[in-house]
Design a protein around this ligand. Structure first.
Ligand code: SME
Length: 174
């Protein structure tokens, strides 16, 4: 994809929310996710349900999805919604790889300020800000990372971090 690409017909540009609006949107999304999943054990079913309901409740979610651990130093793309996602990411590379290596959530205000290919991997040049959260299983092992992109700068803050860490912990038990 070129430097700034036209968005496919099914994708809308991001719309940022205030902290209060975010809190209300996350509360509604969490309720819908827990009601939909009930006691469902499948990680795949949980991932696709989370992607769909968070994207429909939060208008700045331009790309949303999971990268899953394969072997001990690689991530492979899992369920997602949005434009084409890169297939493989090594631990330590890009935002997703950095989070997989550190186990800590990372918020990026402006992806274009990072070193391309090293600190940030631009699967879609329309991605301008990002949050990546580690996802763990009940035994504490890293299942993968949850990645959200916005087509606007500075869409993510401590509210997103708090809400996503709590929701992913609740759903995947880690
Ligand atoms: N930007 C991510 C790669 C995944 S895309 O956003 C879907 C990164 O730097 O790791």
């Amino acid at each position: 994809m070129s430097a700034s690409a036209t968005m496919p017909y099914f994708i809308k540009p991001s719309v940022n929310l205030s902290r209060e609006e975010k809190r209300a949107a996350y509360a509604a999304a969490r309720q819908a996710i827990l009601a939909t999943l009930g006691e469902e054990p499948s990680e795949m079913v949980k991932m696709v349900t989370i992607n769909s309901l968070l994207k429909s409740h939060l208008p700045y979610y331009y790309w949303v999805g999971f990268y899953l651990v394969r072997g001990d130093r690689q991530l492979v793309v899992g369920p997602y919604q949005g434009t084409l996602g890169c297939l493989y990411i090594d631990f330590g590379r890009g935002v997703c790889g950095a989070v997989a290596a550190s186990g800590e959530t990372k918020i990026v205000e402006d992806t274009h300020a990072l070193v391309p290919g090293k600190e940030h991997i631009a699967c879609d040049p329309n991605s301008r800000s990002e949050i990546v959260v580690p996802v763990r299983r009940p035994d504490g092992s890293l299942m993968g990372v949850f990645d959200v992109d916005s087509s606007l700068e500075s869409s993510f803050d401590a509210v997103d971090q708090e809400e996503l860490e709590a929701l992913l912990g609740e759903v995947f038990g880690g």
